[in-house]
Design a protein around this ligand. Structure first.
Ligand code: 5GP
Length: 177
């Protein structure tokens, strides 16, 4: 695989990702047997992961989307996350599986999970492709995880840097100039 301009190093190649996504799909299919499952994709970053993951899940499911945004200049220190686009589905009828690209401080996914619990979801679990545990600020239980990665800024497979690189088939470390 040719490395794209602006990428320093490939961290996870397409084959490694596909292999892990298939295993997650098998695990999720076993766990949600007979349960009404709603996949909630966290936009925009998780869309590529979610599209691949759901095709590896054999139990019936529905799909919806949320978008979260940070507000204020000092997101990291204020830790304020707002749910923007909300789900349209009545979550009180479903066991929700939140699909996220990466969990860093944990603030985004915790806010979304709490929001869906408050809306009455039967259960809320989290499936993240990537985890950067070294930067965690709030405790989050990741029920399904693709890969733990070091504290580097990564792009590709849905993840962006200034809206670029989402279409790369691998996860790579961006060259920050
Ligand atoms: P948290 O709220 O857990 O700190 O941050 C989660 C969000 O931060 C992710 O959904 C993602 O948008 C962004 N993020 C954190 N680390 C990275 C990274 O290495 N690369 C990219 N592209 N986004 C990241």
């Amino acid at each position: 695989m040719e490395i794209a301009d602006g990428i320093e190093e490939i961290l996870l190649d397409a084959q490694q990702i596909a292999h892990r996504v298939a295993a997650l799909g098998t695990q999720i299919s076993a766990d949600y047997q007979g349960l009404p499952l709603l996949i909630v994709v966290v936009l925009k970053g998780a869309m590529v992961f979610a599209a691949d993951l759901m095709r590896q899940i054999s139990v019936p499911l529905q799909v919806d989307f949320v978008e979260a945004s940070s507000y204020g200049e000092e997101t990291e220190t204020s830790g304020m996350v707002r749910v923007g686009r909300d789900v349209e589905t009545d979550v009180s009828q479903f066991h929700v599986l939140l699909v996220e690209d990466i969990v860093d401080t944990g603030l985004t996914i915790r806010t979304i999970a709490e929001h869906l619990r408050a809306r009455g979801a039967l259960s809320v679990r989290i499936c993240s492709l990537l985890d950067k545990p070294s930067r965690r600020r709030v405790e989050v239980s990741l029920d399904y995880l693709g890969f733990e990665i070091p504290d580097r800024f990564v792009v590709g497979y849905g993840l962006d840097y200034a809206q670029r690189f989402r279409q790369l088939p691998y996860v790579g470390i961006v060259r920050l100039e």
